[in-house]
Design a protein around this ligand. Structure first.
Ligand SMILES: [Fe+2]
Length: 313
């Protein structure tokens, strides 16, 4: 695949540009990145923070022109980009939306992102779109459908995609396998990579009263191509039990940092995205969180290359 475009060494120290231990050879660099928000466009260009990459939500750029494309083009010349989809509805009962897939292909052609990811979830049915990422029943029929959809995405986009574990609040009684079993089978059958959202693990495991480290241990961690970290909101359910909401509106919780450190201790450095979509703070604050992730990675023995190579080349 094309090398990530880093045309200005002020964006990152020379020691982190390329080389066998940088993790930059394929896919995202094994560093921390932050979500790119329009309010930070100018700050990024003016201050060029020392971070590994920026991630954008694909659907925010599905327009023909305008300032978003202007700034993303300029920032994409300076940093590797990760394209994160939130509207493909990979778990949908019907066929994938080919028009949506074509728009994704156009964005990938235009920006050549180092990674593309989507969620193990559904968000549309029968032409109706829900602004949410909804859970799936984990059974054989759903597994076949999700694998078919992931394979179609990879074929259409001509690249390996990363599939993200969801944050869930309810589960289907009809499921015949666990979420980790389901994810493992999708990864094995399609060859896609895993976007391990550590906050989602903590949120879901708290909500369903499961052991988060055991959940992570049950996943094929060799397939992890990227990690997400985010903050959650705390509530209680009708029975008074803890209910965590994947809000992306708070700093990363200490419990999530501990889980993250345990994963990194096992895997080495992994491209890590700090997600923040609500109550977005200053760019400096986000970069400081990214720095904490990099400090944790730096404490590990061996940086790890994450390979998001093209599928058909
Ligand atoms: Fe995420």
């Amino acid at each position: 695949m094309p090398a990530p475009r880093v045309s200005d060494s002020r964006a990152r120290p020379a020691a982190l540009l390329g080389g066998p231990s940088s993790g930059l050879a394929g896919g995202l660099p094994a560093r921390a990145g932050v979500g790119l928000k329009p309010r930070h466009f100018r700050d990024v260009l003016d201050t060029r923070p020392d971070i590994g990459f920026f991630e954008v939500h694909a659907e925010n750029y599905m327009v023909d022109g305008g300032p978003f494309h202007h700034f993303l083009g300029r920032i994409g010349d300076l940093y590797p980009l990760s394209l994160h989809g939130v509207g493909l509805s990979i778990g949908a009962e019907g066929a994938l939306d080919e028009a949506h897939l074509a728009r994704l292909a156009g964005l990938i052609e235009r920006y050549q992102p180092a990674a593309f990811s989507e969620h193990l979830a559904w968000s549309g049915h029968g032409g109706v779109f829900f602004n949410d990422l909804l859970p799936l029943p984990y059974d054989r029929a759903t597994l076949a459908r999700v694998c078919e959809h992931v394979e179609r995405v990879q074929q259409r986009l001509k690249r390996r995609m990363l599939l993200e574990n969801p944050a869930t609040y309810v589960e289907f009684a009809a499921s015949t396998m666990s979420e980790t079993q389901f994810l493992s089978k999708v990864l094995q059958r399609t060859g896609c990579g895993l976007l391990l959202d550590v906050n989602n693990v903590h949120v879901s495991c708290t909500n369903h009263q499961r052991d988060a480290p055991a959940y992570i241990d049950a996943l094929p961690l060799d397939a992890v191509g990227q990690i997400h970290l985010a903050g959650f909101a705390s509530d209680t359910d009708a029975a008074g039990a803890p209910l965590l909401i994947d809000s992306h509106g708070a700093p990363v919780d200490e419990a999530v940092w501990r889980l993250y450190a345990a994963v990194v201790a096992q895997l080495g450095a992994v491209p890590t995205l700090l997600e923040r979509d609500n109550d977005v703070p200053s760019l400096d604050t986000l970069v400081a969180e990214a720095r904490r992730a990099e400090d944790i990675m730096a404490a590990t023995v061996q940086p790890r290359r994450c390979d998001n190579d093209w599928v058909n080349s």
